[in-house]
Design a protein around this ligand. Structure first.
Ligand SMILES: [Zn+2]
Length: 137
């Protein structure tokens, strides 16, 4: 249903082979449940290719690098077609709009504005220039 392949946003992206209606459940973002301390250590580990940590809250993180699924390749976009809901230690990915087969799935990473600014390459008209959400309170 989903596949990883080359993306214009980053090296790889998560693409759908099927269509989704708006507000449809797509899949869980899977991975190992780790602590925030462990996540910070892994995020700065130069031996890891890519960062796939998804923060549930200030203490718990799901790391898609370990036991993750294809959703670990979800790229950020400032005009995403997907969103997520965190509930009971799970991360559920939903469509926002109707999505056609072959489209890349994206979410808004909504990075904290007070962390290192990461330039955004989403290429949408709504691009805010950074993955960080500078509008965030
Ligand atoms: Zn952007």
């Amino acid at each position: 249903m989903l596949e990883a392949r080359q993306s214009s946003i980053d090296r790889f992206g998560c693409f759908t082979k099927v269509a989704f209606e708006p507000d449809a459940y797509i899949a869980d973002y899977e991975g190992a449940l780790i602590s925030s301390e462990e996540a910070v250590r892994r995020e700065s580990d130069p031996d890891r290719e890519g960062v796939y940590t998804f923060w549930l809250d200030d203490e718990r993180v799901i790391d898609g690098y370990e036991n993750g699924n294809v959703l670990r390749f979800l790229n950020h976009s400032c005009a995403p077609n997907c969103t997520y809901e965190i509930t009971g230690g799970r991360i559920l990915i939903y469509s926002i709009s109707a999505i056609a087969p072959g489209e890349e799935l994206t979410i808004d990473y909504d990075y904290d504005p007070d962390t290192v600014l990461e330039p955004c390459l989403c290429g949408t008209e709504q691009c805010r220039g950074f993955i960080n959400n500078l509008e965030r309170e």
